[in-house]
Ligand binder design. Structure first.
Ligand code: ADP
Ligand code: MG
Length: 703
């Protein structure tokens, strides 16, 4: 088949080439010309308005339509161009691209100039305005970008250094539209477009990139957002439907001795919420259908115990269970907890991670294969091909946002008879219920909405660098009382050198401020080997170190009840949910606990709002809701890789709430009438859902 423009490699689009193609791939994951069309502007500059020179002011960027009067090179470094329209004259100033600009701006010719006017020595000027040909000046040169709203695309350093400026991006998009738009196929059937009042895809794509006017833009937006939300809903609902038709699951109708013995030996009684959730899980596990359940519970709500007891139900029915954690540290901690809780039961549990030694690994693999090991805790190592279970009946994934969808799916293939194991996904990222329904539309949801009794509130304070000495005094007091301290640095992207430098400087300074032999400081970060991490972590967990300086690797799950202070450096760089998670690391023991947010001197309004909110409440769901309002769910910690089967590029689950509901309603009615999408009028839908991006989600089929 002839490969059209739409599917051709982005590097062959005029104006791209290998270097820019690499940048586009990196920044936008754009591989083909068709992919580029689906990168949308995040805002627009209104270029439809032309301001007379005499009415310019220096408040915002504006556009003039003016004739070049003369150009003058001043001091060899500065190009001064005088332009005029019928209302007056002004100066344009250029410091770069002087030769090119001088040649282009021939006296007598008229152009559109767009830029921010400034008053200099009493004269209005514009420095480096954008230059465009006026509409209709010359058909070969006049572009879509002329005289209409211009899209501004998210841009990163990578794009800039490959020469893809805002303007270049518009130009590329123009080429993509010209060459490939005719090949874009409609994705929605006519009847749906009519029912929802949507414009066709060609109109939508053209106008999302180059809006003719505000009304066309809003019609384009609505169409594209609807499409995203609709297919999201349709794919989720379809899976749920397939599942309800019966992905068979193992029947586990006994509770078993191990469960009862563990339960009776518990050092505390379960909270009402824990009991309810365990009941829900028991119901699922004996229903004969595969469990696919999401367990949500704020940090410290006691999810581990639910995991333990669920595993014991599997064991009590002669199945195996596995618990997969996102980090080595966390896996080992879960293992330690499991061993403790399982002691009265005699159930055999093992831990398998990347650093498990060969001899031991062989032993564990053999034990899993012959069934002598009932429960295994581990990291990604668990999903390797070499791991074979005798009778895997339950797979638990902790803090699932660290796992990709495909990694979860790999667990499904661990049973021999093709029946998928029951699956319990646990997350501490609180997600508002309405959002959860969409994010995890294919899962059933349980919520632990109650903390174990006796939790002391964590006092949260905010301070700037100027109070560092006071902070150090306070930390020393705490340490003198026998407590321990976390100091966390942002290391959002582990590869970023600057972040690592901050962390290292922070560690050095901490060591200076808290010198040996009185104080011991441990450090953990993602660049360390597993042994280093393990060594430092356990030094802290076992109380041999007073302070743990780290990156967010401790964010998930680590339990050190004796730690009473969480210091978060450059707190403004963390998201709300992440800050809340970090804060959840303290306040687990009986001591009064503190969370100290060290912030920069200059903060955006939004950042300070975030930090103030955190100081004012400990309610994770409330924070999640606020976080979502402020940043949109796409940015929410975790949601990116977690639930969404389809990436939303334009639509927002929060801001487009009404459209989301409409999309869901229509998706439901389509499936009600045509569950397999077999009717001719739904052929387009069937075809769209067949695309790769909707594929991995059909868990029940992966076996
Ligand atoms: P998370 O939900 O964050 O994983 P954990 O399972 O780590 O929470 O539990 C946090 C702490 O609370 C642990 O120290 C655990 O022993 C304790 N805990 C769990 N359930 C209860 C309960 N019902 N009563 C008292 N303490 C509990
Ligand atoms: Mg946990």
């Amino acid at each position: 088949m002839h490969k059209g423009e739409l599917d051709s490699d982005i590097q062959y689009l005029p104006g791209v080439g290998p270097r820019r193609a690499a940048a586009l791939k990196k920044e936008y994951a754009v591989e083909t010309v068709g992919d580029l069309l689906r990168v949308y502007p995040f805002r627009y500059v209104d270029r439809s308005r032309i301001t007379p020179i005499s009415q310019l002011n220096d408040s915002a960027s504006q556009q003039i339509l003016a004739k070049v009067v003369k150009s003058e090179l001043i001091g060899g470094k500065r190009l001064s161009v005088t332009v005029e329209d019928s209302s007056g004259r002004m100066e344009l100033v250029f410091f770069k691209g002087i030769k090119y600009t001088m040649a282009r701006l021939e006296p007598g010719k008229t152009f559109l100039f767009y830029g921010k006017p400034a008053v200099f020595n009493g004269v209005m000027n514009m420095v480096h305005p954008d230059i465009d040909y006026p509409p209709g000046a010359d058909d070969r040169q006049a572009s879509y970008t002329t005289g209409v709203m211009t899209g501004i695309y998210p841009s990163g350093e990578g794009l800039k250094s490959a020469g893809i400026t805002a303007k270049a991006m518009n130009k590329l998009m123009e080429n993509a539209i010209r060459l490939a738009l005719p090949e874009v196929r409609e994705t929605l059937p006519e009847y749906l477009m009519q029912e929802a009042g949507l414009v066709p895809i060609h109109f939508a794509l053209r106008n999302i990139h180059f809006p003719q006017d505000a009304a066309s833009l809003s019609a384009a937006r609505r169409r594209i957002c609807f499409e995203e939300l609709f297919f999201l809903q349709l794919s989720l609902l379809k899976q749920k439907y397939i599942r309800s038709r019966g992905a068979r699951g193992y029947v586990m109708n006994r509770v078993g001795d191990a469960f009862n013995r563990c339960y009776e030996a518990l050092p505390y009684s379960l909270t009402g919420a824990q009991k309810r959730v365990i009941r829900e899980i028991r119901e699922d596990m004996r229903s004969g259908r595969q469990m696919n359940r999401l367990l949500q519970g704020d940090v410290g709500s006691g999810k581990t115990m639910v995991a333990v007891l669920s595993s014991l139900i599997a064991v009590g029915n002669a199945y195996q269970a596995c618990l997969m954690a996102p980090t080595e540290v966390l896996a080992r901690q879960h293992f330690a907890n499991m061993e403790k809780y399982l002691a009265p039961t005699g159930v055999k549990v093992a831990v398998l991670t990347g650093s498990t030694r060969q001899a031991q690994r062989r032993e564990i693999l053999a034990g899993l294969a012959d069934g002598s090991i009932s429960i295994v805790v581990g990291t990604h190592a668990l999903i390797e091909d070499k791991v074979v279970f005798c009778r895997l009946g339950l797979a638990i994934v902790d803090e699932q946002h660290r796992f990709g969808v495909d990694q979860r799916a790999a667990l499904w293939s661990k049973t021999a008879d093709g029946i998928p194991p029951h699956v319990l996904v646990m997350t501490a990222t609180p997600i508002p219920r309405t959002l959860a329904m969409t994010l995890y539309g294919d899962l059933d949801i349980s919520v632990i909405d109650e903390l174990p009794p006796g939790r002391k509130p964590v006092q949260t304070l905010m301070m700037t660098e100027s109070r560092r000495a006071a902070l150090n005094r306070f930390l020393k007091e705490q340490i003198a009382l026998g407590r321990q301290v976390f100091i966390v640095y942002p290391l959002i992207f582990e590869s970023e050198k600057l972040d690592l430098k901050n962390l290292e400087e922070g560690y050095d300074r901490t060591c200076d401020d808290f010198p040996l032999p009185d104080y011991k400081v441990a450090i953990v970060h993602g660049k360390q080997t597993n042994e280093e991490k393990e060594f430092n972590m356990s030094a802290f967990a076992q109380g041999r170190a007073d302070i743990l300086v780290s990156t967010t690797v401790i964010e998930v799950g680590v339990d050190v009840p004796n730690a009473s202070v969480m210091v978060i450096e450059s707190a403004e760089r963390f998201g709300l949910s992440q800050l809340h998670q970090l804060r959840g690391r303290v306040g687990r023991g009986s001591d009064k606990s503190y969370c100290v947010l060290v912030r920069g001197d200059k903060l955006s309004r939004e950042s300070s709002k975030r930090l103030e909110l955190l100081c004012s409440t400990e309610d994770g769901f409330l924070l999640a809701e606020e976080d979502m309002k402020m940043r949109g769910p796409g940015d929410m910690e975790g949601t990116q890789q977690s639930g969404l089967p389809v990436e939303l590029r334009l639509a927002s689950l929060v801001k487009d709430g009404p459209l989301l509901n409409e999309a869901r309603r229509l998706a439901e009615s389509v499936l009600e009438r045509d569950p397999d999408l077999g009717l001719p009028e739904n052929a387009l839908l069937r075809e769209e859902l067949r695309k790769d991006r909707y594929k991995m989600k059909d868990y029940s089929k992966i076996s």
